[in-house]
Design a protein around this ligand. Structure first.
Ligand SMILES: Cc1cc2nc3c(=O)[nH]c(=O)nc-3n(C[C@H](O)[C@H](O)[C@H](O)COP(=O)(O)OP(=O)(O)OC[C@H]3O[C@@H](n4cnc5c(N)ncnc54)[C@H](O)[C@@H]3O)c2cc1C
Length: 445
C-alpha cells in the first residue's frame, strides 16, 4: 500500500529545502513523476527541487532515515520509465541545479551542474568555437545528469562515442550518502576501480550526479549528407563495409514505413521515391572525400544516391529522421532498442519481417542499433518474448542505448547471466544498502 508523508515528514523536507522547493500538489506530482515513455501512471508523494549539492546530500540522508525511496529526475525524456515515480516515491528534480560553472577552451572542458539542458552545453560550446557531440532528438529538453545516467547515444556515436566518451569528470552522492568525487578530469587516471565509468549508465540507481566535467571537441567539418535508397536489404553489410573507408559522422537507417511516417510529418514532404530502406550518411564535404564517396557508391548495389545540394536540403533529410519517434507516438507502438553486429543485420531484418510485416524499424545502423517498433500488438508479453528470442539467436543486446529503466528490468533478469546479475546486485548493495535510489529500475533487488 502506498505510504503518505506524515506532517512531520513533510515539515522535515521543508526544513531542509525551504517551502517553494517542496511540492505536493497534483499537477507537480503528475508532471514530474512521469517521463516520455508513459511507462506507468505517475504517483509520487512529493517533488523536491534541491538547488545545491549540500541540499541533495541532505535529501539522501532524509531518505535513509525514513527509508523513503527517491527517483532522480532530469528532463524526463527517457524512453524506458527510468524516471517514472509510480509508487509513492519522492521525485528529486535536478532542474534547479542548472549552472554551467566553467568552460576552459585550452582544456576543451566544460564543468556544469546536472540540470543543465543538453542543448545549452551545445550552445555554450558553439559560442566558444567548440562542439559538444551528444546530439539527438530530445536534446532540447534532456539534461546532462539524465544523459550521464542513461549513457545517452544519438546520431554522432559513430564518430564520437556515447556520453561515456565525453564525461571527463563526475561528482555524485551515493544512495549511502557518501561522495564519489572524480572531478580530476584527467585523460589518463588508473588509480583504482573506474568509479566514474560505473556510475555512467547506472540510471540513478547508485548515486545522484551533482557535477560533471564534459569534453568538448573541435567543430565538425562541413558535412555532405547523402540519402541512399536500397531495394534489397540483404546488400546492407556490403554497403556498410564500403562506407567504412570513410570517416562517417552519421549512419542512420529508416525502413520504408519509418521514412514514410517521418516524411508525412513534414509541412513540405520530400519527393523521394519509395524504397525498401533508406540509409542516411554524413561524411566531410571536401571535394576529395565527396568524389571518392561518389565513386565508391557508384559500385554499390543501391537503387539511388541523393546528395543534399544545400544545407536546407540536408536539414530536410534530418527532419524526416528526427520526426519518426514523435510521429509514431500516437500509434502507441511496443518499442525496442536492440543492437546487433552489422553482418547479422539482414538476417535480423528477415526474422523481424517474418513475424511482424508491419514493424517500423529505424535507428543508428552504423552503431548496430535498431529502434524496432511493433504496432497493433495484441499480446505485448508474447511479442516481447519473441523479440528477446531474436536477440538471443543473433547474440545481440536487449538495449543498445535507451537502457533498462522500469520497462526492461524484468527482461534484464531473464536474459542476462546469473553471475553478471549477481555482480550488479552486489554493487547496488554496496552503494545503496537501503535501496532508496530508484527502486524497481534496472537491477531490481
Ligand atoms: C524524441 C526522442 C529522441 C531520443 N533519442 C535518443 C537517442 O538518439 N539516443 C539516446 O540515447 N536516447 C534518446 N532518447 C532518450 C532520452 O532522451 C535519453 O535517455 C536522455 O539521456 C534522458 O535524459 P533526461 O534528462 O531526459 O533523463 P530522465 O528521463 O529524466 O531520466 C533518465 C534516467 O536518469 C536518471 N537521472 C536523471 N538525472 C540524474 C542525476 N542528476 N543523477 C543520477 N540520475 C539521474 C533518472 O533517474 C532516470 O533513471 C530520446 C528521447 C526522445 C523523447
Amino acid at each position: 500500500m502506498k505510504r503518505a508523508l506524515s506532517d512531520k515528514q513533510q515539515d522535515a523536507l521543508v526544513q531542509l529545502l525551504g517551502k517553494p522547493a517542496v511540492c505536493v500538489d497534483d499537477n507537480s506530482r503528475k508532471t514530474y513523476g512521469a517521463d516520455w515513455s508513459q511507462a506507468a501512471d505517475p504517483d509520487p508523494v512529493a517533488v523536491v527541487f534541491p538547488s545545491t549539492r549540500e541540499q541533495l546530500h541532505a535529501i539522501i540522508a532524509y531518505a535513509n532515515e525514513w527509508r523513503w525511496p527517491l527517483v532522480p529526475s532530469g528532463g524526463r525524456t527517457g524512453l524506458t520509465g527510468a524516471a517514472v515515480a509510480a509508487h509513492g516515491e519522492i521525485v528529486v528534480s535536478l532542474e534547479k541545479m542548472n549552472r554551467i560553472l566553467e568552460l576552459d577552451t585550452r582544456e576543451r572542458l566544460l564543468i556544469c551542474e546536472p540540470g543543465v539542458i543538453t542543448a545549452q552545453v551545445q550552445q555554450a560550446a558553439r559560442e566558444h568555437g567548440l562542439f559538444y557531440p551528444v546530439e539527438f532528438g530530445a536534446e532540447g529538453s534532456s539534461q546532462v545528469g539524465g544523459n550521464i545516467a542513461t549513457n545517452a547515444g544519438g546520431v554522432r556515436v559513430l564518430r564520437y562515442g556515447m556520453t561515456r566518451a565525453q564525461v571527463a569528470g563526475l561528482q555524485a552522492v551515493t544512495g549511502h550518502g557518501t561522495w564519489i568525487d572524480e572531478m580530476r578530469c584527467l585523460r589518463k587516471d588508473n588509480a583504482g576501480y573506474a568509479l566514474r565509468e560505473l556510475l555512467i549508465g547506472s540510471e540513478g540507481t547508485l548515486a545522484i550526479t551533482t557535477q560533471a566535467g564534459l569534453r568538448l571537441c573541435e567543430p565538425m567539418p562541413a558535412l555532405a549528407t547523402v540519402l541512399l535508397l536500397l531495394d534489397d536489404i540483404n546488400t546492407l553489410p556490403e554497403v556498410l563495409r564500403a562506407m567504412q573507408r570513410f570517416p562517417l559522422y552519421a549512419c542512420e537507417w529508416m525502413d520504408q514505413r519509418a521514412f514514410a511516417l517521418g516524411n508525412e510529418a513534414q509541412a513540405n514532404p520530400l519527393g523521394v521515391a519509395s524504397a525498401a530502406g533508406y540509409l542516411m550518411i554524413e561524411a566531410p564535404a571536401d571535394a576529395m572525400t565527396v568524389e571518392a564517396l561518389s565513386a565508391a557508391l557508384a559500385t554499390q548495389p543501391v537503387a539511388d544516391v541523393l546528395l543534399a545540394q544545400s544545407s536546407k536540403q540536408a536539414e530536410g533529410f534530418w527532419a524526416v529522421r528526427d520526426s519518426i519517434t514523435g510521429a509514431l507516438k500516437p500509434r502507441h507502438p511496443l518499442k525496442f532498442d536492440v543492437g546487433f553486429r552489422a553482418s547479422r543485420m539482414p538476417a535480423v531484418f528477415a526474422a523481424i519481417a517474418q513475424q511482424w510485416p508491419d514493424a517500423v524499424v529505424y535507428g543508428h545502423l552504423g552503431d548496430g542499433n535498431l529502434h524496432l517498433n511493433l504496432v497493433n500488438v495484441q499480446d505485448p508479453l508474447h511479442a516481447q518474448a519473441q523479440v528477446w528470442q531474436i536477440v538471443k539467436q543473433f547474440q545481440g543486446t536487449i538495449t543498445a542505448e535507451h537502457g533498462i529503466g522500469m520497462l526492461r528490468s524484468r527482461a534484464l533478469q531473464s536474459t542476462e547471466a546469473h553471475d553478471r546479475l549477481s555482480a550488479m546486485r552486489a554493487i547496488k548493495q554496496a552503494l545503496d544498502p537501503n535501496g532508496i535510489l530508484n527502486p524497481g529500475k534496472l537491477v531490481s533487488t
